[in-house]
Design a protein. Structure first.
Lengths: 133, 133
Protein backbone atom coordinates (compact mmCIF):
# COMPACT_ATOMS: atom_id res chain seq x y z
CA UNK A 1 0.00 0.00 0.00
CA UNK A 2 1.36 3.42 -0.88
CA UNK A 3 0.67 6.18 1.61
CA UNK A 4 1.29 9.60 0.09
CA UNK A 5 0.92 11.91 3.06
CA UNK A 6 -1.19 12.99 6.00
CA UNK A 7 -4.30 14.33 4.29
CA UNK A 8 -5.74 15.81 7.47
CA UNK A 9 -6.02 15.60 11.19
CA UNK A 10 -9.61 15.91 12.42
CA UNK A 11 -10.54 17.65 15.65
CA UNK A 12 -13.98 17.07 17.18
CA UNK A 13 -15.47 20.36 18.35
CA UNK A 14 -18.76 21.35 19.91
CA UNK A 15 -18.91 24.64 18.07
CA UNK A 16 -16.99 25.45 14.90
CA UNK A 17 -17.28 29.24 15.24
CA UNK A 18 -15.84 29.16 18.75
CA UNK A 19 -13.05 26.73 17.80
CA UNK A 20 -12.21 28.88 14.77
CA UNK A 21 -11.40 31.72 17.14
CA UNK A 22 -8.47 29.61 18.34
CA UNK A 23 -7.29 27.95 15.11
CA UNK A 24 -7.66 31.05 12.96
CA UNK A 25 -7.80 33.93 15.45
CA UNK A 26 -4.93 32.81 17.69
CA UNK A 27 -2.84 30.36 15.62
CA UNK A 28 -3.37 32.25 12.37
CA UNK A 29 -4.35 29.33 10.12
CA UNK A 30 -6.53 30.27 7.14
CA UNK A 31 -10.09 29.00 7.16
CA UNK A 32 -10.54 27.76 3.59
CA UNK A 33 -14.21 26.81 3.76
CA UNK A 34 -16.92 25.20 5.88
CA UNK A 35 -18.94 22.33 4.46
CA UNK A 36 -21.71 19.95 5.50
CA UNK A 37 -20.37 16.41 5.09
CA UNK A 38 -23.51 14.29 4.89
CA UNK A 39 -21.81 10.91 5.27
CA UNK A 40 -20.23 12.03 8.54
CA UNK A 41 -23.30 13.86 9.87
CA UNK A 42 -21.09 16.82 10.53
CA UNK A 43 -20.20 20.37 9.62
CA UNK A 44 -16.49 20.54 8.78
CA UNK A 45 -14.14 23.55 8.68
CA UNK A 46 -10.98 23.12 6.58
CA UNK A 47 -7.71 24.83 7.53
CA UNK A 48 -4.83 24.14 5.11
CA UNK A 49 -1.58 23.58 7.01
CA UNK A 50 1.50 22.94 4.89
CA UNK A 51 0.72 20.03 2.59
CA UNK A 52 -2.06 18.76 4.92
CA UNK A 53 -5.13 20.18 6.62
CA UNK A 54 -6.53 20.58 10.09
CA UNK A 55 -10.28 19.88 10.00
CA UNK A 56 -12.67 20.91 12.74
CA UNK A 57 -15.64 18.55 12.87
CA UNK A 58 -18.86 19.63 14.56
CA UNK A 59 -21.45 16.85 14.75
CA UNK A 60 -24.91 17.65 13.37
CA UNK A 61 -26.53 14.44 14.63
CA UNK A 62 -26.31 13.44 18.32
CA UNK A 63 -26.17 9.77 17.26
CA UNK A 64 -23.08 10.21 15.08
CA UNK A 65 -19.69 8.80 15.99
CA UNK A 66 -18.21 12.25 16.51
CA UNK A 67 -21.07 13.31 18.80
CA UNK A 68 -20.57 10.17 20.92
CA UNK A 69 -16.82 10.76 20.98
CA UNK A 70 -17.39 14.25 22.43
CA UNK A 71 -19.94 12.90 24.93
CA UNK A 72 -17.53 10.21 26.11
CA UNK A 73 -14.13 11.89 25.99
CA UNK A 74 -14.73 15.58 25.39
CA UNK A 75 -13.65 17.62 22.38
CA UNK A 76 -10.19 16.87 20.99
CA UNK A 77 -8.28 15.07 18.26
CA UNK A 78 -10.70 12.63 16.64
CA UNK A 79 -8.92 10.91 13.78
CA UNK A 80 -5.90 10.87 11.50
CA UNK A 81 -6.43 10.66 7.75
CA UNK A 82 -3.79 9.22 5.44
CA UNK A 83 -3.98 9.77 1.70
CA UNK A 84 -3.42 6.71 -0.48
CA UNK A 85 -2.95 6.22 -4.20
CA UNK A 86 -5.59 3.48 -4.56
CA UNK A 87 -8.07 3.09 -1.71
CA UNK A 88 -9.86 0.04 -3.17
CA UNK A 89 -6.61 -1.90 -3.42
CA UNK A 90 -5.63 -0.71 0.07
CA UNK A 91 -8.90 -1.91 1.60
CA UNK A 92 -8.61 -5.31 -0.11
CA UNK A 93 -5.07 -5.68 1.18
CA UNK A 94 -6.02 -4.67 4.72
CA UNK A 95 -8.97 -7.04 4.76
CA UNK A 96 -6.82 -9.91 3.47
CA UNK A 97 -4.40 -9.23 6.32
CA UNK A 98 -7.13 -9.39 8.94
CA UNK A 99 -7.38 -5.67 9.68
CA UNK A 100 -10.82 -4.73 11.00
CA UNK A 101 -12.47 -2.07 8.83
CA UNK A 102 -15.36 0.22 9.72
CA UNK A 103 -16.04 0.67 5.98
CA UNK A 104 -15.24 -2.48 4.00
CA UNK A 105 -15.77 -0.57 0.77
CA UNK A 106 -14.94 3.08 0.28
CA UNK A 107 -17.59 5.78 0.64
CA UNK A 108 -17.65 7.96 -2.46
CA UNK A 109 -18.23 11.70 -2.26
CA UNK A 110 -17.52 14.48 -4.69
CA UNK A 111 -13.82 14.35 -5.53
CA UNK A 112 -12.88 11.78 -2.87
CA UNK A 113 -13.21 8.21 -1.68
CA UNK A 114 -12.79 7.41 2.00
CA UNK A 115 -12.96 4.59 4.53
CA UNK A 116 -12.21 4.14 8.23
CA UNK A 117 -10.06 1.47 9.85
CA UNK A 118 -11.33 0.29 13.24
CA UNK A 119 -9.20 1.54 16.19
CA UNK A 120 -9.08 -2.06 17.48
CA UNK A 121 -6.75 -2.85 14.59
CA UNK A 122 -4.64 0.31 14.75
CA UNK A 123 -3.67 0.62 18.40
CA UNK A 124 -6.53 2.89 19.45
CA UNK A 125 -6.09 5.31 16.55
CA UNK A 126 -9.18 6.02 14.45
CA UNK A 127 -7.58 6.02 11.03
CA UNK A 128 -9.19 7.23 7.82
CA UNK A 129 -7.91 6.36 4.38
CA UNK A 130 -8.58 8.87 1.63
CA UNK A 131 -8.14 8.98 -2.10
CA UNK A 132 -8.55 12.04 -4.27
CA UNK A 133 -10.57 11.11 -7.38
CA UNK B 1 2.38 33.61 14.16
CA UNK B 2 3.41 31.68 11.07
CA UNK B 3 2.62 27.99 11.08
CA UNK B 4 4.57 26.18 8.37
CA UNK B 5 3.09 22.69 8.48
CA UNK B 6 2.13 19.70 10.57
CA UNK B 7 5.51 18.52 11.85
CA UNK B 8 4.12 15.30 13.29
CA UNK B 9 1.21 13.51 14.82
CA UNK B 10 2.14 11.56 17.94
CA UNK B 11 0.54 8.25 18.86
CA UNK B 12 0.90 6.92 22.41
CA UNK B 13 1.69 3.20 22.34
CA UNK B 14 2.42 0.62 24.99
CA UNK B 15 4.98 -1.18 22.88
CA UNK B 16 6.80 0.33 19.91
CA UNK B 17 7.83 -3.00 18.36
CA UNK B 18 4.25 -4.24 18.38
CA UNK B 19 2.85 -0.95 17.03
CA UNK B 20 5.52 -0.92 14.31
CA UNK B 21 4.06 -4.17 13.01
CA UNK B 22 0.97 -2.15 12.09
CA UNK B 23 2.46 1.17 10.93
CA UNK B 24 5.31 -0.39 8.98
CA UNK B 25 4.27 -4.00 8.45
CA UNK B 26 0.67 -3.35 7.42
CA UNK B 27 0.52 0.31 6.31
CA UNK B 28 3.97 0.25 4.72
CA UNK B 29 5.39 3.44 6.25
CA UNK B 30 9.19 3.51 6.59
CA UNK B 31 10.60 3.44 10.10
CA UNK B 32 13.32 6.08 9.95
CA UNK B 33 14.75 5.66 13.41
CA UNK B 34 13.96 5.06 17.08
CA UNK B 35 15.24 7.49 19.69
CA UNK B 36 15.10 8.05 23.44
CA UNK B 37 13.66 11.54 24.00
CA UNK B 38 14.78 12.39 27.53
CA UNK B 39 12.59 15.47 27.96
CA UNK B 40 9.49 13.42 27.17
CA UNK B 41 10.54 10.33 29.17
CA UNK B 42 9.78 8.28 26.12
CA UNK B 43 11.14 6.13 23.34
CA UNK B 44 9.98 7.53 20.01
CA UNK B 45 9.78 5.86 16.58
CA UNK B 46 9.73 8.22 13.58
CA UNK B 47 7.83 7.35 10.39
CA UNK B 48 8.09 10.00 7.65
CA UNK B 49 4.73 10.49 5.93
CA UNK B 50 4.68 13.01 3.07
CA UNK B 51 6.03 16.28 4.41
CA UNK B 52 5.20 15.29 8.03
CA UNK B 53 5.83 12.36 10.34
CA UNK B 54 3.88 9.88 12.39
CA UNK B 55 5.64 9.34 15.72
CA UNK B 56 4.97 6.41 18.01
CA UNK B 57 5.66 7.35 21.62
CA UNK B 58 6.25 4.66 24.22
CA UNK B 59 6.58 6.03 27.76
CA UNK B 60 9.70 5.00 29.69
CA UNK B 61 8.52 6.51 32.99
CA UNK B 62 5.13 5.52 34.53
CA UNK B 63 4.79 9.08 35.90
CA UNK B 64 5.12 10.76 32.49
CA UNK B 65 2.22 12.48 30.75
CA UNK B 66 2.11 9.87 28.01
CA UNK B 67 2.04 7.01 30.51
CA UNK B 68 -0.87 8.65 32.34
CA UNK B 69 -2.63 9.28 29.04
CA UNK B 70 -2.46 5.55 28.24
CA UNK B 71 -3.59 4.62 31.75
CA UNK B 72 -6.58 6.96 31.54
CA UNK B 73 -7.70 6.68 27.93
CA UNK B 74 -5.79 3.82 26.38
CA UNK B 75 -3.30 3.96 23.52
CA UNK B 76 -4.17 6.33 20.68
CA UNK B 77 -3.48 9.74 19.18
CA UNK B 78 -1.70 11.79 21.82
CA UNK B 79 -0.83 15.15 20.31
CA UNK B 80 -0.53 17.25 17.19
CA UNK B 81 2.69 19.12 16.51
CA UNK B 82 2.76 22.25 14.36
CA UNK B 83 6.03 23.62 13.05
CA UNK B 84 6.56 27.35 13.41
CA UNK B 85 9.16 29.76 12.10
CA UNK B 86 9.96 31.36 15.47
CA UNK B 87 8.81 29.50 18.59
CA UNK B 88 9.97 32.16 21.08
CA UNK B 89 7.92 34.84 19.34
CA UNK B 90 4.98 32.43 19.07
CA UNK B 91 5.05 31.65 22.81
CA UNK B 92 5.25 35.35 23.70
CA UNK B 93 2.29 36.09 21.45
CA UNK B 94 0.23 33.20 22.86
CA UNK B 95 0.99 34.22 26.44
CA UNK B 96 0.05 37.83 25.72
CA UNK B 97 -3.27 36.60 24.34
CA UNK B 98 -4.04 34.58 27.46
CA UNK B 99 -3.36 31.12 26.05
CA UNK B 100 -2.39 28.65 28.77
CA UNK B 101 1.00 27.09 28.09
CA UNK B 102 2.47 23.90 29.55
CA UNK B 103 5.95 25.21 28.68
CA UNK B 104 6.20 28.99 28.96
CA UNK B 105 9.64 28.89 27.40
CA UNK B 106 10.73 26.43 24.76
CA UNK B 107 12.62 23.25 25.65
CA UNK B 108 15.79 23.01 23.61
CA UNK B 109 17.06 19.69 22.28
CA UNK B 110 19.49 18.87 19.53
CA UNK B 111 18.22 20.50 16.35
CA UNK B 112 14.86 21.57 17.73
CA UNK B 113 12.97 23.77 20.16
CA UNK B 114 9.55 22.71 21.41
CA UNK B 115 6.74 23.68 23.76
CA UNK B 116 3.26 22.41 24.56
CA UNK B 117 0.05 24.43 24.70
CA UNK B 118 -2.39 23.31 27.38
CA UNK B 119 -5.46 21.48 26.01
CA UNK B 120 -7.68 23.77 28.10
CA UNK B 121 -6.76 26.57 25.70
CA UNK B 122 -7.01 24.57 22.49
CA UNK B 123 -10.34 22.80 22.71
CA UNK B 124 -9.05 19.57 24.23
CA UNK B 125 -6.19 19.19 21.73
CA UNK B 126 -2.72 18.71 23.19
CA UNK B 127 -0.77 20.90 20.80
CA UNK B 128 2.98 21.04 20.47
CA UNK B 129 4.85 23.86 18.76
CA UNK B 130 8.16 23.00 17.18
CA UNK B 131 10.97 24.89 15.57
CA UNK B 132 13.86 23.38 13.67
CA UNK B 133 17.10 25.07 14.76
Amino acid sequence: MEIKKINHIAVAVENIEQATEFWQGILGLDLEHVEEVQSQHAKVAFFPCGDSEVELVQPTDPESGTAKFIQNRGAGIHHLCLEVEDIDAALQELKARGVRLINETALVEEGRKMAFIHPKSSGGVLLELYQII
